[in-house]
Write a protein that binds this ligand. Structure first.
Ligand code: GTP
Ligand code: MG
Length: 196
């Protein structure tokens, strides 16, 4: 797939506002600030397709991007960020969980985790849920540029080992939006999901 041709579709406050639930969707999920929006921009070679921010909790809507006729990329609201008002948290957590549970066209989930803080409780909950729903999962260890090659490899091996416990289609890759490390591998996995 030519990911460069991705174009913005909609920002949806809830699943009712999403495009028709047909075709194939791949969603990017993860804790606030994990690098979801940055990874989408790196993948699509567009600097500001998805809005990124130093302030966690930036993406509070479900942002959708069209690839082809019936193929979409989804930037989900981050989870686990404590310092937002409870009201806001509940609202965006609700749209996130509704999206995950109800969206039939969701065919693959990329779970992004800062390589320095992998597999937090909420990440593990999400992975367990995805495996239980027969959804393939790619764990992307983001901001890999923050570690030197030795420690980077060590975390990758540890997370790969831990990922076996989920007993599902769970693969693990390192990634950096800064250096584009892991970009080719990400594309390979997404290609398989879009053209099974
Ligand atoms: P929310 O929308 O708040 O859930 O965050 P997000 O997961 O979309 O994160 P976003 O892409 O906005 O990135 C958060 C911060 O991490 C920004 O300051 C980015 O510049 C930085 N960042 C993202 N990816 C990388 C990376 O690969 N390397 C480095 N060094 N910084 C990164
Ligand atoms: Mg974001």
């Amino acid at each position: 797939i030519n990911y460069q041709k991705a174009s913005f579709l909609t920002s949806a406050p809830d699943i009712k506002a999403l495009p028709a639930d047909t075709g194939i969707e791949v969603a990017f999920a993860g804790r606030s600030n994990a690098g979801k929006s940055s990874a989408l921009n790196t993948l699509t070679r567009q600097k500001s397709l998805a809005r990124t921010s130093k302030t966690p909790g930036r993406t509070q809507l479900i942002n959708t991007f069209a690839l082809g006729e019936d193929q979409r990329l989804i930037d989900l609201p981050g989870y686990g960020y404590a310092q937002v008002p409870l009201e806001v948290k509940l609202k965006w957590q609700k749209s996130l969980s509704e999206y995950l549970v109800k969206r039939d066209s969701l065919k693959g989930l990329v779970v992004l985790m800062d390589i320095r803080h992998p597999l937090k409780d909420l990440d593990q909950d999400l992975i367990h849920w995805a495996v239980g729903s027969q959804l393939p999962v790619l764990l992307l260890l983001t901001k890999a540029d923050k570690l030197s090659p030795g420690p980077r490899k060590k975390v990758l091996m540890e997370v790969r080992e831990a990922s076996l416990a989920f007993m599902g289609d769970v693969t693990v890759q390192v990634f950096s939006s800064l250096t584009k490390l892991g970009l080719a591998e990400l594309e390979q996995v997404l290609d398989q999901w879009f053209y099974p």
